[in-house]
Design a protein around this ligand. Structure first.
Ligand code: 0A1
Ligand code: ZN
Length: 858
């Protein structure tokens, strides 16, 4: 949406809408370029509102007619919508508008993807469909009639239950009527129409009701639905078992769409998925894809209660539904797969995506207090940190109290558009605990820094903890937050002498003592990553090596290895020293321990990302040198390959999975470990084992890992061509082909490789998945993106300028590639600033992109 003077919207300015909508009746007459939408709203004045102004949002709509109680009227068309004088009594409002789905490349509102009609209404897309109070606190009961061509749109889907279908007289068209009995805000509205086939199933819910389930896909994709369907059924059962939540309609539909800005959308009874987040097969999907699909299906399903039955009063409360739903999908994954592995994966994602956000110019509280474009706030802070905040609340009140509070939340707020205040009050009322300090987790931005000092007097061991959070422009003085710090104590032999306890650090400084210690214990601090903070502690590398060998907390054991690797890398980068031998020998010990889960051992192979290292150097006031970081990371990998040389062939061989492919946790773990070994093994054997694996693989996990290993050692060109020939018909697999070449390129070749790929016939900038596959890989290749001269900065900016008029949302999201620009040396900063200024000066730049760049420039 183009807007000459972007307006800032504030949480403090909330006022309720002046009218209640008792019922919404919509009729769609589908046409690719001229769809008619007839809307009939039954309204009455809202007794709780003080402002009777009747304003309806509307964007890019051609108004055909408007009526009040059947009488034609002429509403005032103003920027962003219309106004009208309406009765101070119940009345019926009707409009007919025309819209052009085919011209809608922004993928917001009603648009077309491969000949199929599809909607995306969160956050503010419904206003591109019809005039409506497009705000989440206006909830109503929707009935939707869809009329479409029988040949091109044999399937007509919307929210709720299908109540009627039929042919339209004297034409080749048909109709379907859908009724959703549950009041919902407009952002949960959905419509899909097209030539689709269904993978169908059913489930009997906890109260004995049968629900029809379907995953709708384009013909040809029907063999890629069974994994998603199983994930859906598991999610439904899990929500009954763990949260007592039952599904509430007669049917549940999922649709796969190729052109979609995000991962998926929880529209009531009709979830719409980016096809990359639902379609799965052994041949085309990696294990990581399977795991992601399972988590996203769960996430969208769980929204049925946390988001749909209880929604948000306004968009500032986004974390109310997203933080809680991410937390629930994390719990689900931990239950379905391995809890420690799931926790490590979550923390890796948090550090990779949320920490940089919190430490840079895009930092904002979990509940922001202002925005220009809400689509820019679907962030790692709202989602991932929002989930961490719920996890801390659960840790602080305990599992039983959490369960009780959630029951009260569902009882008290079912059907409401709620706030964070409502959420916290539920916990206060059910536990009696004062949560006013805890609330700062929602209002203060930034990652707290926790420092721990130790004291031992021969009997009492004391942990002196302190916390601080760097000031930000809006919040120059951050107040102490309540931080649950899970701690255990170990003796010299690694025995646990104090099992995990949760210490509450709720002041700037606080000490915790443990008496009766006959010898100085070793603390294991922040177990299971009990709070989203950065921790500084005593003990250095010898402490880390000890914990890597002995910690009884699996997260902290992994973390000790990670911190050793990190320290080794930082030393190499800053002093040129060789990789730390304690890290390498500790790794040998852990990887040889066959009692440990293969998936967990596979994670032990990992080392901090180059971008993470850049952040750490910046925090310690050193401008990161991307090439030096790259070289040190490569040297460490080479040292690992050498140190582990004797064990790699065995690790590889012992973790081969036999029998038919399955993406279950055990098989996934073994493949992850074997492929981690393969990556290093290739450095010894020049890619011979990888070439064999490539040739023999019957699944994408093996094929792609082999191809990556071959490219890594410079022996993959033929395989790359073969891969393209094999998969050129499959969009999702070709996304991998595009990304991998950039990710595996040498830093000096990254910009050229990317430029070459943008000239490939299959590079389609209008498809967000393809654009992200290429431009996302460019921006994530740390040393390549920041390579001397700034060619990659210019290339990315060129493409953002091209995409913005077509798809502002995806453009704006990609701008976060620049969020860390102030970390770098003056030369790079000047190059980056020049591109940011070129971007922001682009005529007619979207509100989305302009807000992002303005914030990034600071
Ligand atoms: N609510 C969805 C995410 C989502 C948000 C915005 C979208 O379009 C702008 C689409 C999806 C979720 O959390 O899964
Ligand atoms: Zn969500």
């Amino acid at each position: 949406m183009r807007d000459a003077s972007p307006q800032t919207i504030y949480l403090k300015d909330y006022t309720p809408f002046g009218y209640i909508i008792d019922a919404v009746d919509l009729t769609f007459r589908l046409d690719p370029t001229a769809t008619r939408v007839i809307s009939r709203l039954s309204l009455r004045p809202n007794p709780e509102a003080s402002d009777p102004c009747f304003f309806l949002h509307g964007e890019d709509l051609k108004l055909i007619s408007a009526k009040i109680d059947g009488q034609d009227i002429a509403p005032r068309l103003i920027e962003g919508g219309l106004e009208a004088d309406v009765p101070n009594a119940p009345f019926v409002w009707e409009t007919e508008v025309e819209i052009n789905p085919q011209a809608n490349t922004a993928l917001e509102g009603l648009y077309m993807s491969n000949g199929m009609y599809c909607t995306q209404c969160e956050a503010q897309g419904f206003r591109k469909i019809t005039y409506y109070p497009d705000r989440p606190d206006v909830m109503s009961v929707f009935t939707v009639r869809i009329e479409g061509n029988t040949d091109t749109t044999p399937q007509l889907l919307s929210n709720g239950n299908k109540v009627e279908t039929g042919a339209l007289s004297n034409s080749d068209a048909q109709f379907a009527v859908w009724h959703d009995p549950w009041p919902k805000p407009a952002y949960l509205f959905a419509l899909v129409a097209g030539d689709l086939v269904a993978h169908q199933d059913s489930i009997v819910t906890m109260s004995g009701k049968t629900v029809q389930l379907a995953i709708w896909v384009r013909p040809g994709d029907e063999n890629k639905c069974s994994f998603g369907m199983d994930a859906l059924k598991k999610s439904m059962r899990w929500d009954e078992d763990v949260y007592g939540r039952e599904y509430d309609l007669d049917e549940f539909n999922i649709v796969a769409v190729d052109d979609f800005n995000m991962g998926a959308m929880e529209n009531k009874g009709l979830n719409i998925f980016n096809s990359s987040c639902v379609l799965a097969s052994a041949e085309t999907s990696t294990d990581a894809n399977f795991e992601r699909i399972e988590a996203i299906i769960a996430h969208e399903y769980f929204h049925n209660w946390t988001g749909n039955r209880i929604t948000c009063r306004d968009w500032f409360q986004l974390c109310l539904k997203e933080g809680l739903t991410v937390f629930r999908d994390h719990q689900f994954t931990a239950d379905e797969r391995s809890a420690p592995v799931a926790r490590i994966d979550n923390v890796l994602a948090l550090r990779a995506r949320q920490f940089p956000e919190d430490q840079g110019p895009l930092s904002h509280p979990v509940r922001p207090e202002s925005f220009q474009e809400i689509n820019n706030f679907y962030t790692a802070t709202v989602y991932e940190k929002g989930a961490e905040v719920i996890g801390m609340l659960k840790t602080l009140v305990g599992d039983a109290a959490y369960a009780k509070a959630l029951d009260l939340y569902f009882d008290r707020h079912d059907g409401d558009a709620a706030t964070i205040e409502d959420w916290l009050k539920v916990f206060q009322d059910s536990t009696g605990r004062d949560l006013s300090q805890f609330k700062r987790w929602y209002s203060q931005s930034g990652t707290p820094q926790v420092t721990v000092r130790e004291d031992y007097d021969g009997d009492t061991f004391t942990l002196h903890m302190s916390q601080s959070t760097a000031p930000s422009t809006e919040q120059p003085n951050k107040l102490p937050q309540v931080i649950p710090v899970a701690v255990g104590l170990l003796d010299d032999a690694g025995n646990e002498i104090l099992p995990t306890q949760v210490l509450e650090l709720d002041q700037d400084e606080k000490s915790f003592s443990f008496s009766g210690m006959s010898a100085r214990p070793t603390p294991s601090i922040l177990r299971n990553f009990s709070a989203p903070v950065m921790l500084t502690q005593e003990g250095g590398n010898s402490r880390r090596a000890f914990l890597l060998a002995h910690d009884t907390d699996p997260f902290n054991r992994w973390e000790a290895g990670r911190m050793l690797a990190r320290a080794s890398l930082v030393d190499s980068i800053t002093t040129g020293s060789a990789p730390n031998p304690d890290y390498l020998s500790g790794l040998v010990a852990v990887l040889s321990d066959t009692t440990l889960d293969p998936a967990y051992r596979a994670l032990m192979f990992g080392q901090p990302t180059q971008s993470e290292l850049a952040g750490i150097l910046h925090e310690s006031s050193t401008a990161p040198d991307p090439q030096a970081i790259h070289d040190a990371s490569e040297t460490l990998r080479a040292a690992k390959a050498e140190t582990l040389a004797d064990m790699l062939p065995d690790l590889y061989a012992q973790n081969q999975v036999t029998g038919p492919f399955s993406p279950d946790a055990e098989a996934v773990g073994k493949r992850a470990l074997a492929n981690a070994a393969l990556a290093l093994l290739s450095r010894q054997d020049g890619g011979a084992t990888a070439a064999l694996q490539y040739q023999n693989s019957d699944n994408m996990t093996q094929q792609l890992a082999a191809l990556a290993a071959l490219l890594d050692v410079g022996a993959g060109d033929d395989h790359l061509a073969a891969f393209e020939a094999q998969w050129s018909h499959d969009r999702l697999v070709m996304d991998k082909w595009f990304s991998l070449q950039i990710m595996q390129a040498k830093p000096e070749d990254v910009a050229d490789t990317t430029r070459r790929l943008t000239l490939h016939a299959d590079f389609d900038m209008k498809n967000p998945n393809r654009f992200r596959a290429v431009m996302g890989a460019l921006s994530m290749h740390h040393a390549g993106f920041h390579h001397d001269g700034g060619a990659a900065y210019t290339l990315l900016t060129d493409w953002l300028i091209k995409l913005d008029p077509l798809n502002p949302q995806t453009t704006a999201r990609m701008c976060s590639a620049f969020q860390t620009w102030t970390r770098y040396d003056a030369g790079r900063q000047a190059l980056l600033r020049a591109q940011l200024e070129r971007l922001v000066a682009t005529p007619n730049l979207s509100r989305d992109t302009s807000e992002m760049i303005t914030r990034i420039l600071g």
